[in-house]
Design a protein around this ligand. Sequence first.
Ligand code: C2E
Ligand code: CA
Ligand code: CA
Ligand code: CA
Length: 275
Amino acid sequence: AKLDGRGLFRFFEPEMDARMQARRQLELDMRQALARREFQLHYQPQLNLETDQLTGCEALIRWRHPERGMVSPAEFIPLAEEIGLIVPIGEWVMRQACRDAAGWPAPLTVAVNVSPAQFKSDRLVEMIVSALATSGLPAARLEVEITEGVLLQESGRTLQTLHRLRDLGVRVSMDDFGTGYSSLSYLRSFPFDKIKIDRSFVSDLVSKPDGEAIIRAIAGLGKSLGMTTVAEGVETAEQMHRIRAEGCTDVQGYLISRPVPAEDLAALLARHRAR
Ligand code: C2E
Ligand code: CA
Ligand code: CA
Ligand code: CA
């Protein structure tokens, strides 16, 4: 954009218009996607480094758009949050994930990402109770992953919701740890079961001098607080080797497996057991 002689912005309007239109179209499509069954869940396993066992999988939503093909959650989840559609979409994710995980061998867990906007709904705990009851999945095999965004909002009720989930036996993980402004203070306000170390720290591990310092510190912190520490986005054997040396308890990433459709999970588990 440029300022014209009268101090007005020019030139960017048509471009902005096109972007607004694309966004509006995405919104319309997303409103129909649930009814048209265009969403799907993929699952990515986590590996415990001490036992060499897979401990559970994270559910990651996929949208198979009829014209655009696969749309990344990084593209549509923020929009879904903004317009409130994350509440019905998130409910579908929770119910589907519990249903799928109920068929997995115990004690494999399923981790479900829950957005800040879902915490604003009064029904979140009831919805989760209902998803567990309907699927028959024991509460202890469900993990809820939250980011700092959840704790940034009006804290009283959010903490109460987290404690209610905990009382049910559901586990709670802090996602993307270290990327926000006050990750540390959140560890003081709520006893998480698991800290997920953001992928950016894992890629710094090998590529930057002193790249291991932060991972080592978080792993130590987790250990002294009795929390599991998962390194996210582990892509190479060297990264895994270094992460193990720094004391993280678990890893998740392409090196173990890419996220796979629910139908492919049984084969993945069998392959891992047979190693
Ligand atoms: P996230 O919760 O941090 O999920 C991890 C992301 O890292 C996933 O991207 C996963 O596919 C990707 N990933 C895993 N291993 C590797 C690796 O080794 N290398 C690299 N480069 N990437 C790896 P994905 O599936 O595209 O999801 C992006 C984000 O969208 C998620 O980040 C999460 O914030 C959000 N999201 C996905 N599914 C859901 C959902 O069901 N509900 C909500 N609220 N958010 C979701
Ligand atoms: Ca996550
Ligand atoms: Ca993450
Ligand atoms: Ca993320």
